[in-house]
Ligand binder design. Structure first.
Ligand code: PLP
Length: 401
């Protein structure tokens, strides 16, 4: 008998489980629109040219593999905060940001979860309904209570702004409000600049703490600066803000696990203390972070030539997704004889489109059409090619009606 009889089978992860099922399917038309990972028009993974250049620079320099400090690579931490806030942001000169390198977006969120649990016992994190599936896991495992605020309105396939504001207002004073910095996952629907101002008003009024998850900087508009404008707007008001960052998508560094947690504080003294405690949390969890991705980011963001080349590649990736978005919309509009308005697809931004397909319809997409996607109706347009748009439109219409 095993001592592990009490260990039950865990359910497959709703996002990463989709990729496993995709691999097992042998149909030639199969399409993986589950995970948010960028693919070329040939549907192959892409290593950015700037990443290859940074890596060859690193090889030439013959850098060693010594441990990093607990807080990570200093050049990375500097570069990542600058990318987020803008290099000339006075907040940086004032030393008000505690930045520590994390294990990509997920690990950075998890560090913040542990910090909240330790220093804000009982405080709730408000998360959007719906949100990226892993947010709930992260706060559950951090033992941080959470509840949802209204975000998506199925009637308009748009933002339920009034619902969102009302729910943030109704939450206990001093809650954390988790916001997607740009390219909301899974809906692809972001607040307008005017709406962001109102969201900031309510958060200030209620003494809440804004907590941005920035996993797609550059992927919403194609511009790294514009996509950070939500965070910068809050920061410019002098608010204290948490920001988790990820380089999985915008630099294509998925497997390098590179990101950061930034805490914008009211004074340099507070920032120093916060940073010391984040390090204290990281040390027994994983001791110190990996160096390879950190060096890549530091080289790309820190070198004006590579930085400009990255911007061009970033725009090209965002542009390819916009093209398939347009083609999918065109195909649906031509093929759908009911006159249904599919323009919500064009209004959504970032890697994803929230189709409005329910679980049964999503099952039909997979079972009959070999199109793998999450069961909430989300499709990753980053995994779609122009050549497959018509096929996808046929599948959506067959599943929808
Ligand atoms: N946050 C959101 C909203 C995401 O969509 C993702 C990835 O899909 C992440 C965070 C974290 O990804 P990673 O841990 O690879 O940086």
């Amino acid at each position: 008998a095993s001592r592990f009889e009490g260990v039950t089978m865990a359910p497959a992860d709703p996002i990463l489980g989709v990729s496993e099922a995709f691999k097992a399917d042998t149909d030639p038309m199969k399409l993986n629109l589950g995970v948010g990972a960028y693919r070329t028009e040939e549907l192959q993974p892409k290593v950015l040219d700037v990443v290859k250049k940074a890596e060859s620079l690193m090889l030439e320099r013959g850098e060693n593999k010594e441990y990093l400090p607990i807080e990570g690579l200093a050049a990375f931490n500097k570069a990542t905060a600058e990318l987020l806030l803008g290099a000339d942001n006075p907040i940086l000169q004032q030393g008000r940001v505690a930045t520590i390198q994390g294990l990509s977006g997920t690990g950075s969120l998890r560090l913040a979860g542990a910090f909240i649990e330790r220093y804000f016992p009982g405080a709730k994190v408000l998360i959007s309904s719906p949100t990226w599936g892993n947010h709930k896991n992260i706060f559950n495992d951090s033992r941080v209570p959470w509840s949802e605020y209204r975000y998506y309105d199925p009637k308009t396939v748009g933002l339920d702004f009034d619902g969102m504001i009302a729910d943030i207002k109704a939450a206990p004073e001093g809650s954390f409000v988790l916001l997607h910095g740009c390219a909301h996952n899974p809906t692809g629907i972001d607040p307008t600049p005017e709406q962001w101002e109102k969201i900031a008003d309510v958060i200030e009024e209620k003494n809440h703490i804004p907590f941005f998850d920035v996993a797609y900087q550059g992927f919403a508009s194609g511009s790294l600066d514009q996509d950070a404008s939500s965070v910068r707007l809050f920061a410019a008001r002098g608010m204290e803000v948490f920001v988790a960052q990820s380089y999985s998508k915008n630099l294509g560094l998925y497997a390098e696990r590179i990101g950061a947690i930034n805490v914008i504080c009211s004074s340099p003294d507070v920032a120093t203390r916060v940073k010391s405690q984040l390090k204290r949390i990281a040390r027994p969890m994983y001791s110190n972070p990996p160096v390879h991705g950190a060096r890549i980011v530091a080289n790309v963001v820190g070198d004006p030539t590579l930085f400009n080349e990255w911007k061009v590649e970033m725009e090209a990736m965002a542009g390819r997704i916009k093209n398939v978005r347009q083609k999918l919309y065109d195909s649906l509009s031509v093929k759908d004889k009911t006159g249904k308005d599919w323009s919500f697809i064009l209004k959504q931004i970032g890697m994803f489109s929230f189709t409005g397909l329910n679980k049964e319809q999503s099952d039909n997409m997979t079972d009959k059409w070999h199109i793998f996607m999450t069961k909430d109706g989300r499709i990753s347009l980053a995994g779609l090619s122009l050549a497959k748009c018509e096929y996808l439109a046929d599948a959506i219409l067959d599943s929808f009606y």
